[in-house]
Design a protein around this ligand. Sequence first.
Ligand code: NAD
Length: 498
Amino acid sequence: MAAKTYKMFIDGKWVDSSSEETFDVINPATEEVIAKVAKGGREDVAAAIDAARTAFDNGSWSEKTPAERAAILWRMSDAFEKEMLRFAKLESMNVGKTIKYSRDSDMPFIADNLRFFAGAARNLDGKATANYSGLGLNIIKREPLGVVAAVVPWNYPLYIAIWKLAPALAAGNTVVIKPASYTPITLLEFAKLIQKMLPDGVLNVVTGPGDTVGTEMATSHKVDMVALTGDVSTGKKIMQMASSNIKRVHLELGGKAPLVVMPDASIDAATEGAVVSAFWNTAQDCTATTRVYVQEQMYNKFVDMLVKKVAKIRIGDPMLERTDMGPLVSARQRDRTEEYVKAGIDDGAKLVFGGKRPAKMKKGFYFEPTIFKDVTQKMRICQEEIFGPLLSVLSYKTVDEAVEKANDVVYGLAASVWGSDITKTMNVASRLKFGTVWINEHGALASEMPHGGYKQSGFGKDLSMYAFEEFTNVKHIYVDQTGLVRKPWYYVVYGDKE
Ligand code: NAD
């Protein structure tokens, strides 16, 4: 298949980068080049930011009524829904995620998310309207921030792009967005699909390396907010760069999710949940289960059942319906997983399944689902985010110890607890320091519910009305209701109390 070329979308036009350079995009299952994409530099990003600034300041989007913006977002969702299968195939081809996952999970959620934020646009509520001082009316008004710069990762390219775009646009902001260089295709195709629906400059898509394109976005004084989903190290850099003009920062960073199996849990249900949540999206998911905590009496039985289930995962071509696990997104991610397998063995953990490239796959960045037992808390495979198919199983004596160990990482994005006593599982859920805790499930998201981290997993929420609020400024307006020239309190500055 001939590689397709893609330009950047700036100020309503498709443009080459000013250097006219491009970069290659690879299909991780075949290692073939599938696209050549404009390699934007700082001046291209500056042009996109200028376009977004002008579009914000001229009110072409921010001054539309919420109903008008909602109607446009709804129209985007309708147009997208008609093309979901095409988008699912593109996403699978570019990321290596299985077609059943792209088609039946990512794409419908994108359509739903656009519709949720269409509704949110019409719910610009303030918390309180009252006469707090007795002399005037206090009003809370929510306003758009201005220009939002969004930087998105490669594991859910369009899905996470929409998590930023939809609330930002719904609130009346204009946007400059950058996909990850491994996976720019679906966001560029989405911009093509909806380009006529928005005034020029409201949505701009820039492509190119994070350290130049992303740097310009994070440092520009014309940008009001930078929203990143990415690695903790990138988040730290962005926070520093954003300080140049005190722009708002919204960070969805890494994770190292624990799955806590209570002593009364169904081993069958918990192993089922562990297999699915550890290896979906080839484990390239910030909420993926990476550490399982099992009480020592049931430990061996649990590991045996887990291994039997993982052995059934069918690795292969992500475009085939029967494939359960595709390749990793890049040779870099595969090599990184391999390095962690070595670290696990060197640190004394016991490899009980996988641990290598599957012999049957001659091309592509494939890696077997991998399980380590006898993992201890301070091992690197237990502490560091791998973002590859490597699951650690640890044992505990008491539930208190399990909770302490589950919390003992720098991350705090998501966790789950499995058990049959709702009081006990609920108590553990309350003690887990993570932004999302599932009980007897791991991974279910809803557009209505927030997604975001504690600790170094970041701050600011995606999804839900909480995300919508992140993309707005809260303004307090005070309306005097006395009509007096000299208000009763003015004596504190000059004159006497009357
Ligand atoms: P990454 O941080 O390397 O890249 C994310 C984006 O930031 C990319 O578009 C990249 O080009 C850009 N970037 C890189 N360096 C930059 C810089 N110096 N300045 C500005 N932008 C820069 O992350 P990744 O490898 O693409 O994605 C994987 C990471 O994302 C993992 O850590 C994962 O946990 C995290 N993630 C988090 C969530 C969440 O919701 N919390 C969701 C998905 C992924």
